[in-house]
Design a protein around this ligand. Structure first.
Ligand SMILES: C[S@@+](CC[C@H](N)C(=O)[O-])C[C@H]1O[C@@H](n2cnc3c(N)ncnc32)[C@H](O)[C@@H]1O
Ligand SMILES: [Zn+2]
Ligand SMILES: [Zn+2]
Ligand SMILES: [Zn+2]
Length: 309
């Protein structure tokens, strides 16, 4: 815990959960159990990792061309990464933190093959945690994540990390609550009611691996944060969320393997819970005996859809 942080009295006791660029705390608001047991409970469940782990047999390409800018790409009108994003960079810099101007089908960031500097605004998702956050016990949704700081719209929150796997290799949601499908391609095609975003109609051969001009109905890859993950695995669903999911490409252009980032959709005030729309298709989860499984939603939004799936 940073020395500049003091716990709110009603959140005592605390436990340090993991080291990130900024502190993440775990708080138990009702102090109902001895801290050792809570720490043991949370730590036994998963291994903390700040970065994505890749399953054996999956190869992440790293061969795309980079820009040849010097310094920050925001100062270079001819940046080739800006061209990939449709002529403008997707981020603007505010108080030295990049902010995403609008949700996009996909964001092309500068990466290992670009010659700009490490703090280029077009590397915003690579700059690590920018806000003080807390993992806390919610009243009805298990653990959740809330902020200690005011977060501005478009600010990066975190990457959803875990183990990158082929979807066919993982047990479904019924057995594992922490699976995140990488559905960037399906979003671009507007499948299953997904809302199309700016740039969805982009026709770039390099965006798609091999010949998948027709998006497959189900995502080929997913991130499994069941046994390995960061605090991101504790962010709950809301039907009226204050975060949104954004696919980001840095060192390659295969959207099926895009990095999954969460960004702030609104101004988020201290102690507000962070949440995004899990986007499950209703009636899509079926038990072994063919019954539709329903999970009630406790997000509390006035327009709550009442079910996650
Ligand atoms: C990725 S986990 C989120 C962290 C989880 N709350 C925990 O304690 O580990 C997803 C699970 O959290 C719960 N959850 C998330 N959002 C919810 C909501 N709006 N209403 C009810 N349960 C929710 C459900 O059990 C869901 O399967
Ligand atoms: Zn750059
Ligand atoms: Zn550039
Ligand atoms: Zn809801």
């Amino acid at each position: 815990m940073g020395t500049n942080l003091r716990p709110y009295p009603w959140q005592d006791p605390w436990v340090k959960m993991a080291t990130h660029t900024l502190p993440i705390q775990v708080g138990w608001p009702w102090a109902a159990k001895p801290m050792g047991r809570i720490a043991g409970f949370i730590n036994r469940c998963f291994v903390y990792s700040k970065s994505l782990k890749i399953s054996k047999g999956i190869k992440i390409p790293s061969d795309c061309a980079g820009c040849d800018c010097e310094g920050d790409c925001a100062n270079n009108k001819n940046c080739s990464c800006a061209q990939l994003n449709g002529s403008d960079l997707p981020y603007v810099s505010f108080k030295n933190i990049g902010r995403l101007v609008e949700p996009k089908a996909v964001v092309f960031e500068c990466g290992a093959n670009c010659s700009c500097n490490r703090n280029c605004v077009n590397r915003t998702s690579q700059q690590g945690l920018q806000h003080r956050l807390e993992v806390f016990k919610t009243a009805s949704k298990g653990w959740g994540v809330r902020t200690w700081d005011t977060i501005l719209p478009g600010a990066p929150i975190c990457e959803y990390v875990g183990v990158l796997k082929r979807t066919e290799e993982v047990d479904g949601l019924l057995h594992n609550n922490y699976i995140f499908d990488i559905d960037c391609l399906q979003t671009m095609k507007g499948l299953d009611g997904r809302e199309k975003r700016a740039g969805s109609d982009m026709n770039m051969p390099s965006l798609h691996a091999e010949n998948d001009s027709e998006a497959p109905p189900a995502p080929e890859y997913c991130i499994d944060a069941g046994s390995v993950g960061s605090f991101a695995r504790f962010i709950n669903h809301s039907c009226n969320p204050n975060l949104f999911v954004q696919c980001v490409l840095t060192n390659h252009h295969d959207v099926k393997l895009a990095k999954v980032m969460l960004f702030a959709a609104d101004t988020i005030l201290p102690l507000q819970e962070l949440c995004y729309d899990y986007g499950y298709v209703l009636n899509s989860v079926v038990s072994a005996d063919g019954e539709i499984v329903k999970l009630p939603c406790c997000c509390g939004a006035p327009d709550c859809r009442k079910r996650l799936y």
